[in-house]
Design a protein around this ligand. Structure first.
Ligand SMILES: *Cc1c(COP(=O)(O)O)cnc(C)c1O
Length: 373
């Protein structure tokens, strides 16, 4: 098949999941498998479930609906607050939503009431990264309101760090979350089943420090790409190559390295300066910024990225490649997210037929080191 495609090795995703689930279960932490970077792929979701996640989470309702349509029965969490008008769709596909506004809680309450359901709410608290969540001093009042709202139940407390401001999860901010959970439980006389400490950026904290009341992490990147988002370094024992992007060549010609003529702005702003290095083999692969974050592509040996416009990836290769020849790239999170969303890239599953016995025998021994080696 000659078209740009993402190849996904589901066995590697299952193995990464199992390694992380095993590691965290020793800390009393469950894993919510996050599917959003794969556009809510049901196959990826099944691999995560086979690897031991207790539930699935996604930030987009459309992705959760796709999982339900594909027959996934596992509990689903909506990781980003819905808008009020999405409340009916939310309660129809998710059992839990992460929220930070009373109006949203009320909309979800009304929607759940209409279908005779109880919807779970995880109240998000802002602990420094300045994305979603109520300020810590407002958590108790909001939790009190929610606990008196019909058709919804206060399932837990959560936070999210390292996404906007790059704030690192530490014993201090995680301790603050634990303390808030304890406060809510004693003030409101209830038990919070879920205290969700964060995302893949929490792994280093989870390995190093006692978890306190935190009993859930929402993991996407570490399962899918086997790396720590804080350092973007591989986590030892995890596969970093579960995804690859295969792109056909459409041109490969000898060309100079410096452009010719007066220069203005290029299609995507000021071009990086090009110095004359003589004649090279310049190769074009049929993909561009519309499909992928070119900075997040890892080309194979002997191939380097020169530039990217909307639809052309301009590479330097050591030899001329025949049109139709394929180049295989690794992807970082940003490249994966965008590539999975491009309608011009097909997704295929490269895993060998699922053999549970051979899988478990090839399980990596995990030695998470947080990339500091
Ligand atoms: C995307 C997301 C996650 C998962 O993040 P990873 O870094 O991929 O593990 C967790 N929580 C929320 C709220 C998210 O939006």
């Amino acid at each position: 098949m000659i078209c740009p495609r993402i190849e996904i090795d589901l066995d590697k995703i299952e193995e990464n999941t199992r390694a992380l689930v095993t590691l965290l279960s020793g800390r009393g932490i469950d894993v919510t498998g996050v599917t959003k970077a794969t556009l809510g792929s049901a196959e990826v979701a099944k691999a995560m479930l086979a690897g031991g996640v207790v539930r699935l989470g996604d930030s987009r309702i459309d992705n959760l609906e796709a999982l339900r349509d594909a027959g996934i029965q596992a509990p689903l969490t909506l990781l980003r607050s819905p808008t009020p008008d999405q409340a009916d769709r939310t309660v129809a596909c998710a059992s839990i939503s992460q929220v930070s506004e009373l109006e949203i809680a009320k909309a979800l309450s009304a929607a759940a009431g209409r279908v005779g359901a109880i919807h779970g709410l995880v109240l998000m608290v802002e602990l420094g990264d300045l994305r979603e969540g109520v300020m810590p001093e407002d958590v108790l009042a909001l939790a009190r309101h929610i606990s008196c709202t019909p058709h919804v139940t206060l399932t837990g407390l959560g936070t999210n760090l390292a996404c906007r401001a790059g704030i690192v999860p530490t014993a201090e901010n995680m301790g603050e979350l634990s303390a808030l959970a304890v406060l809510l439980e004693s003030e409101l006389g209830l038990r919070l089943p879920i205290v969700s400490g964060g995302n893949s950026a929490n792994l280093a904290w989870a390995i190093a420090a006692p978890a306190g009341r935190i009993n859930d992490l929402r993991l996407g990147e570490s399962i899918l790409l086997g790396c720590d988002p804080l350092t973007r370094k591989p986590l030892h024992g995890l596969h970093t190559d579960a995804f690859s992007l295969v792109v056909p060549v459409i041109e490969s010609l000898a060309k100079p390295t410096a452009p010719r003529g007066d220069t203005g702005e290029a299609a995507f702003g000021v071009p990086t300066p090009m110095h004359e290095r003589g004649i090279i083999t310049q190769t074009i692969a049929s993909i561009g910024r519309q499909d992928v974050d070119p900075e997040g592509l890892m080309p194979p040996g002997g191939v380097s990225l020169l530039a990217a416009s909307s639809d052309h990836l301009v590479l330097e290769t050591q030899h001329r490649l025949a049109p139709g020849a394929e180049i295989r790239f690794g992807l970082d999170y940003s490249a994966l997210l965008r590539a999975m969303t491009s309608p011009f890239i097909v997704t295929i599953f490269a895993a060998a037929k699922h053999h549970p016995s051979s899988l478990s025998s090839s399980l990596p021994t995990i030695r998470l080191t947080n990339g500091h080696e």
